[in-house]
Write a protein that binds this ligand. Structure first.
Ligand SMILES: [Fe+2]
Length: 308
């Protein structure tokens, strides 16, 4: 079956590479507490920009949130005079809280995520025993994107690819020649994202990754995380399709689906749950909004016992 969404994304990359369409200026902000790279993609011909995968700081010992990381982006956007059109999520993160609502309040823009977020909301709404006030229809977001959707950031063309596996809802945003691929591939020397969260699948991730690696070799890949690989002392969050195909530890060219699935499952079985998974999921399934305050004015998160 022809993959129209992938063909569309490849055209988006090729048009930018050939100079027929603008190429994004990308500025990245790395949060060493959660190993998250947030990105600002800007149309060079206007002040229009999008923020991808932001971080709200959270101290799990005190239960205190902070906006130090998000304010770096707010300050950058204001200094540059940017018009933030979009606040994009690649997925509902399990290792950091999203700052999307805070950024929207400060800078404007529409908050968007993949349409399969409704599956994630159903799963985690049940798991956290959320009440009927928690809508499981994605209505906390301004826009839900599907595979093959296209939109604009100023004059930049964006193509959306659904790349599930890490979670059911992951999407990649192909902005001109730069693909923001969330948690699918990591740097070549680190490998791939885990697939053991509810709704994750190693086989599905493999197929999503093969799709991403069918984009032109020069496609820039912007990652959501880096943990440094053994022997590397700098954090890094950008690579290319060609580099991943040649050298990705887990999925370089020649690695077959069955051996990837076996490797990924074996590796996932050794991983601890992320430090912030319980707070992150409860906040991010609500589009980054904190739970409503109780009658004493305090907001509470739940801690399910013996579930994860
Ligand atoms: Fe993630």
């Amino acid at each position: 079956m022809p993959d129209h969404a992938l063909a569309q994304a490849a055209l988006t990359v090729e048009a930018a590479r050939a100079g027929r369409a603008p190429r994004p200026h990308v500025t990245s902000f790395f949060d060493p507490a959660t190993f998250t790279a947030s990105h600002v993609a800007r149309d060079p011909g206007s002040k229009s920009a999008a923020i991808i995968d932001s971080v709200l700081d959270f101290n799990p010992a005190s239960g205190r949130t902070a906006t130090r990381s998000a304010d770096l982006i707010v300050n950058f956007a204001r200094e540059q005079g940017l018009t933030i059109e979009w606040i994009l999520e690649t997925h509902a993160h399990a290792d950091h809280l999203s700052a999307a609502p805070y950024l929207q309040q400060k800078l404007g823009g529409k908050i968007a995520i993949g349409s399969q977020i409704v599956t994630v909301q159903e799963t985690f709404g049940t798991l956290f025993h959320a009440g009927p006030e928690f809508a499981r229809d994605g209505s906390q977001f301004d826009r839900l994107f599907q595979d093959g959707d296209t939109f604009k950031i100023g004059n930049l063309d964006v193509s959306v690819l659904h790349v599930p596996g890490h979670t059911p809802a992951d999407i990649a945003y192909v902005v001109g020649e730069a693909a923001f691929i969330g948690d699918t591939l990591f740097m070549p020397d680190y490998g791939t994202a885990r697939t053991d969260f509810p709704g994750g699948s190693a086989r599905t991730l493999y197929r999503s990754i093969r799709r991403l690696l069918s984009l032109p070799g020069e496609t820039r890949l912007l990652l959501c995380h880096d943990y440094k690989a053994p022997g590397r002392d700098q954090f890094a969050w950008e690579t290319t399709v060609a580099q991943e195909k040649a050298a990705n530890l887990h999925v370089h060219d020649g690695v077959e689906e069955e051996s990837f699935v076996a490797m990924r499952k074996a590796r996932d079985a050794t991983l601890d749950m992320p430090r912030l998974i319980l707070p992150s999921i409860q906040v991010n399934m609500r589009g980054g909004r904190l739970p409503e305050p109780e009658s004493n004015g305090t907001r509470y998160l739940k801690l399910p016992l013996d579930v994860f």
